[in-house]
Ligand binder design. Structure first.
Ligand code: UDP
Length: 238
């Protein structure tokens, strides 16, 4: 029996850019997609929410109004979705790209029941264009979509760390990793793992999350092995 039957994998734009920091790192993307394939081969239903930070982030955008800047960010996530879809299909996987902003020449519009049907048929579904709304993030999208499709857990792939720490592990030698945390602790201690909208949406609706290091994509596969505890598990309560 698998630990989780249906998961939402959140891939930040940063993860797709590797050390380049911008755009695509083809080698890194191949590795991530291979690990996704391994997890899929275990019989897990996988929905991916892609970020867009490797192209554009609305709040750090140019001197234009925020809503337009956020729309640029959302369109960036569609480019990432197409890129991931391409690699997964090259590997022989069946996929569907869905967008929260209608662009039917490029991808299917997001329809909840349809997404669930794709997953049931063994297709990997990629959710792009975030929520379709400005002022939100793709972390919030991951939480929202996980709830909508009744996923068992959100797998939050982080770069530069292998879980959640009490302080930045890259800046402090004495940083301590948490094995588990509650959403309330994240909010109270202002731990920078995802934004407060995403955190509270998951907290209020009891959606668990595992934050793990995506720099080694094999960690994603290890989450499903019974032997090792990978990353940090976050729940409403333990
Ligand atoms: N965005 C948005 N609404 C959403 C999701 C994303 O407006 O529902 C925009 C926002 O500008 C954000 C950008 O898309 O900065 C890229 O998404 P995000 O920063 O979450 O990507 P990540 O940091 O995960 O790469």
């Amino acid at each position: 029996m698998q630990k989780f039957k249906r998961v939402v994998l959140k891939l930040s734009g940063e993860a797709l850019a590797g050390n380049k920091g911008f755009g695509f790192d083809d080698e890194v993307i191949e590795k991530i997609c291979s690990s996704i394939k391994e997890v899929h081969n275990l019989g897990v239903e996988i929905a991916i929410v892609v970020g867009g930070g490797n192209f554009w982030r609305g709040r750090s955008g140019a001197q234009i109004e925020r809503a337009s800047s956020d729309t640029i960010g959302m369109l960036g996530t569609v480019m990432n979705g197409l890129r991931i879809q391409g690699s997964l299909e090259e590997m022989g996987l069946d996929t569907r790209l869905m967008t929260a902003i209608d662009m039917k020449e490029v991808a299917e519009p997001y329809i909840r029941r349809r997404a669930i049907r794709h997953l049931e048929k063994g297709r990997i579904v990629i959710f792009s264009a975030g929520t379709g709304l400005p002022y939100f993030s793709t972390d919030t999208t991951a939480s929202l979509r996980a709830l909508e499709i009744d996923a068992d857990v959100i797998l939050l792939g982080k770069t530069g760390t292998d879980g959640i720490y009490d302080k930045d592990p890259n800046a402090f030698d004495d940083a301590v990793k948490y094995d588990k945390l509650t959403y309330k602790e994240i909010l109270q201690q202002e731990i920078k793992i995802m934004d407060t909208t995403a955190t509270s949406l998951s907290m209020d609706n009891n959606m668990p999350l595992i934050a793990f290091g995506i720099d080694d994509p094999e960690n994603m596969v290890k989450i499903f092995s019974q032997e090792e505890d990978i990353g940090t598990i976050v729940k409403e309560k333990f």
